[in-house]
Ligand binder design. Structure first.
Ligand SMILES: *Cc1c(COP(=O)(O)O)cnc(C)c1O
Length: 967
């Protein structure tokens, strides 16, 4: 018996109940949809689709649903358990002012946060311009030629830099030299990532060790600039020494400091990485923030992460698109060198706009103020008898406090100030743009003995000089492009932001039917808490007793997700689905090792898997063996059996996606799990398709050992234009000890080390998923799943006569998504799936997933949140486009010149005096409503014509376009 939500749609208990707001359809809609599908009830439909053998044994045990107001109130109480102290901890996380115009118009604006990853370039020009600004900002500040559009955090960026260097340098050494005064969380993540690849991390714990090791053998070096202790080293000679050994030099650098310091690109660094957190993104207990990675030009084709580049559109105008798509590593599957998919786009947009808003002069002023206040603090401390250890510093001082260390830390706590205790006997104090005179006076108080006179701020202030040595002062210009020197008034900034978001199609305009990406409602009440100060302004390494609110949120959310998945333990640390995969595979590997089976290194992956699966397996040091799928899209059990037998002694695991990326519930999944188990392997179930399972079936019950979830898919965290994400890793009982640890964050060392810089990863967006579960309850979540399945089957049924669904179960039904087969159109009309995708833009829609997992198909996932009206609007547009294809098939329009091949149509191209095409302009613009035939009142105008990918990759250009290009 499947667990069903007992209550029919529409039977409301409370007029402010959230469930009917989340679900797009009502009872009458449901009856209509069922009649089109040809099933009697939602229950009958779901029972005919989900295999009996995997049905949940019991309903999820979740608290009963709360209304929006009640849930917000409850979360407020939890939030208040966090204590917001003034933070001087630093270590990669600093106080920052998010300019109000950016806070409200980006971070809190659905036009930005509900957008999808910019794969469809023509409807993503606004956010790609913002990302090109980000890349330009990073290039300028680091003085490197090329930078990508965001890494997951500083620590993983450093780990990616390590492997990038390994691929690029001539040195054959397996040693990676790391300066001991890098941020400890960076060292921890680098160690985790190095181990499965056989890379030996050599940690230099003192200046002497550093010197000694630099003279030795290694393929690359990582140094922090300025160091975590605040020290600023002149690294020039060290870089030279590394280069003499054919090794690469990686610098983890603070972008604010680089406005004053000689940038690493000017002293020969090969790769520069770090975080952009202090450019306007609140600390948020660790994330989300955009990491960055910049490198020398020769490395660009091997770079991890996404890169936005400039190309031209079909009218010859400049247009942005994701560059070197083949270089997006995970697409290369087992040949991939990085698994990054979802990145940190929204935080990257915030950081880039912080630079646009302040401009080069503003940033320099902020940095100078921070540096001068630090110098003042140092002078005062010296007068009080605490001479900082270094003469050269930017924003961080370190003091040798010996046995009194704990005393000072406690005194500071009593005054609601957090200082950092480092290496037992030292205290580090980091200032930031939010530091005030009062803060400095209070810091002096902490270190003053009773009765000791405090330094006189006013007397000190005059003529104070930042602690940056002459030889390391930056003289080169940066951010000279007009975009960083124009929008400095609030009016100008507001309009610039609006002009960009107007170019893009996000969920606030129309449905985004992206198969495998679950673009569902991101309800406003779910979003509101993320900028509450109690969640936004706490440091990830603040003492645990100040983070009780987050601890409670973490505990509750993990318990609920355990209920939803049937697993025993969960970690919320991974910053994206790909990182959850990686953590899950490390858990499997460590488990085998713990049983003396370290030789088990084979990871079976069906050919239909998402590219991150083989990429993660590769990074975890596993060897990928691809298994076949049969004609109906299912894992070919005969082939699997053969491969299991062949690799029996070395089998580590299988990675499957369930329901499969072909959009069907495979009937034999239980047998598949048993088969792998019988050969000593574990089963990884990719949870990206959990929106078809929650409340209905639990992977932890039907044979999965490990899964990751994508909270930014199934649990309502918005996609943010390509991130942030959260990819919790979930495991069965015996794998719980192998969940990722976090020594820096929790002081506890696990068998598997940290996979993210912060212990709760992207902690600040967790309230979104908490709110969703809290407002939906067990029945509501189950109903969401059922309606998602209903909606997908409705779309599949309505489009049956126009675009056949490629894979279905024996009764013709699909799971929560359907693959529309467009392959036959090539033969009859020359139309490709891409042409239909672009034509949908003229009709005001974002295309479904294009050519994944089957080339020349469209994968549609409508989700439970769309109204029947919107589902019909989409189906009507798809059918209208099919009619256009029929006119090509009948020879009315040539195969090369028709509304599909010329899509999308810009207003400018339609208004030209000359109109050389064999169809009317109105038709090109898709002005007629496909249903009524009357004129559409609301029309989205694509800002550019079809973007030329090939041109852009041949002429790779990844920073702001010079103004002359538009003339
Ligand atoms: C989205 C997705 C992933 C990767 O998740 P990210 O959060 O983008 O890293 C992995 N597998 C499948 C099937 C997916 O759809």
């Amino acid at each position: 018996m499947l667990m069903q939500s007992a209550r029919p749609l529409g039977e409301l208990e409370n007029p402010t109940e959230f469930l009917p707001r989340h679900i797009g359809i009502d009872e009458a809609d449901e009856r209509h949809m069922l009649s089109v599908i040809g099933e009697a009830s939602r229950r009958a439909l779901v029972e005919s689709i989900v295999p009996r053998s995997i049905a949940r044994s019991r309903a999820m045990r979740l608290p009963p649903p709360a209304t929006e107001a009640a849930a917000l109130l409850e979360l407020r109480h939890i939030a208040r358990k966090n204590q917001v102290f003034r933070s001087f901890i630093g270590q990669g996380y600093y106080g920052t002012f998010t300019p109000g115009v950016i806070l409200r118009n980006i971070l809190e604006n659905p036009a930005w946060y509900t957008a999808y990853t910019p794969y469809q370039a023509e409807i993503s020009q606004g956010r790609m311009e913002a990302l090109v600004n980000f890349q330009t900002m990073v290039c300028d500040l680091t003085a490197m030629p090329i930078a990508n559009a965001s890494m997951l955090d500083e620590a993983t960026a450093a780990a990616e830099a390590m492997t990038l260097a390994k691929r690029m340098v001539k040195s054959k050494s397996a040693n990676f030299l790391v300066a001991g005064d890098c941020h400890p969380q960076t060292i921890e993540v680098v160690q985790t990532r190095a181990k499965p690849l056989g890379i030996q991390v050599l940690l230099a714990n003192s200046a002497e060790e550093w010197k000694q090791l630099l003279a030795g053998d290694y393929f690359a070096v990582l140094a922090q600039y300025p160091a975590t202790s605040g020290r600023i080293d002149d690294l020039r000679a060290d870089v030279q020494q590394a280069h003499d050994k054919q090794a690469a030099f990686i610098v983890a650098a603070d972008l604010l400091a680089l406005t004053l310091l000689v940038p690493p690109g000017e002293f020969g660094a090969d790769i520069v990485c770090g975080t952009t957190q202090r450019f306007g993104m609140p600390m948020g207990a660790g994330g989300p923030h955009a990491g960055y990675l910049a490198c020398r030009d020769e490395f660009k084709r091997s770079m991890p992460g996404r890169l936005v580049g400039v190309s031209v559109d079909s009218h010859g105008n400049p247009a942005y698109r994701l560059a070197l798509q083949t270089r997006e590593q995970h697409i290369r599957r087992e040949k991939a060198t990085s698994n990054i998919c979802t990145a940190q786009v929204l935080p990257a947009v915030v950081a880039s706009m912080y630079a646009v808003y302040h401009g080069p002069q503003g940033l320099k002023r902020i940095a100078l103020r921070v540096a001068s206040y630090t110098a003042l603090l140092a002078k005062g401390l010296e007068q009080l008898g605490h001479k900082p250890r270094r003469e050269a510093f930017f924003d961080t001082l370190s003091l040798h406090t010996g046995e009194a260390t704990q005393n000072y830390i406690s005194r500071a706590h009593a005054m609601h100030l957090n200082l950092r205790q480092a290496w037992q006997e030292y205290i580090c104090i980091s200032l930031d743009e939010t530091t005030t005179r009062e803060d400095i006076q209070r810091l002096w108080q902490v270190f003053a003995t009773p009765g000791q006179a405090l330094p006189d701020f006013a007397a000190f202030e005059k003529g104070i000089e930042p602690g940056i040595p002459q030889a390391l002062r930056r003289t080169s210009e940066f951010l000279a492009h007009p975009v960083f020197n124009t929008h400095h008034s609030e009016t100008g900034m507001l309009r610039y932001l609006r002009s960009l978001s107007d170019k893009d199609l996000a969920l606030d305009r129309s449905m985004i039917p992206l198969g495998s990406c679950t673009m569902k409602l991101n309800a406003t009440s779910e979003m509101i808490p993320i900028t509450w100060p109690e969640f936004a302004h706490v440091h990830p390494f603040a003492p645990r007793d100040q983070l009780q609110g987050y601890a409670e949120l973490d505990e509750q959310l993990r318990a609920w997700l355990c209920e939803a998945t049937g697993y025993a333990g969960i970690s919320l640390q991974p910053n994206a689905g790909s990182q959850g995969e990686y953590a899950g595979l490390l858990a499997i590997k460590a488990w085998h090792e713990s049983r003396g089976q370290a030789h088990r290194n084979i990871c079976l992956i069906p050919s239909s898997a998402h590219g991150t699966n083989p990429a993660s397996a590769q990074m975890a040091g596993l060897q990928v063996v691809v298994t076949a799928c049969d004609d109906s899209g299912n894992v070919d059990l005969a082939d699997l059996r053969a491969k299991c037998e062949k690799h029996s002694g070395n089998l580590a695991c299988i990675m499957i996606t369930y329901p499969s990326t072909h959009g069907v519930f495979e009937m034999q999944v239980k047998e598949l799990c048993e088969l792998v188990h019988s050969h000593g392997g574990r089963v990884y179930v990719d949870g990206a398709n959990m929106n078809a399972l929650v409340g209905v079936a639990a992977p932890g019950e039907f044979g999965g050992d490990v899964s990751h979830l994508n909270l930014h898919k199934t649990f309502c965290i918005p996609h943010g234009g390509g991130g942030p994400g959260v990819g919790p890793v979930c495991v069965v009982e015996d794998l719980v000890p192998f969940l990722p640890g976090h020594q820096t964050g929790s002081g506890i060392q696990h068998a598997v080390g940290a996979v993210s810089a912060a212990p709760w990863g992207n902690a600040a967006v967790l309230p979104i998923s908490w709110m969703y579960c809290r407002m939906m309850g067990a029945e509501g979540l189950t109903q969401a799943t059922e309606v998602a399945i209903l909606s997908a089957n409705y779309v599949s049924a309505r489009l049956r006569d126009h675009y056949p669904t490629l894979y279905a179960s024996a009764n013709g039904h699909v799971a929560h998504e359907c693959i529309l087969d467009l392959r036959p159109l090539k033969e009859t009309s020359g139309v490709m799936a891409e042409d239909v995708a672009k034509r949908l833009m003229d009709y005001g829609f974002h295309a479904p997933t294009l050519s994944f997992p089957v080339p020349n198909t469209l994968m549609v996932e409508p989700t439970e949140s769309e109204t029947l009206e919107e589902l019909d609007r989409f189906c009507d547009a798809m059918i209208a486009i099919r009619e256009e294809v029929r006119r090509i098939e009948r020879g009315e329009w040539p195969q090369e010149d028709n509304p599909l091949k010329n899509a999308p149509h810009t207003a400018e191209s339609l208004l030209k005096a000359e109109w050389p095409h064999p169809y009317a302009r109105e038709l090109g613009a898709a002005m007629a409503d496909p249903k009524t035939g009357s004129g559409r009142q609301l029309k989205y105008w694509p800002p550019v014509g079809r973007v030329d990918n090939v041109y852009g990759d041949r002429n790779l250009f990844c920073s702001c376009v010079p103004m002359s290009a538009y003339e």
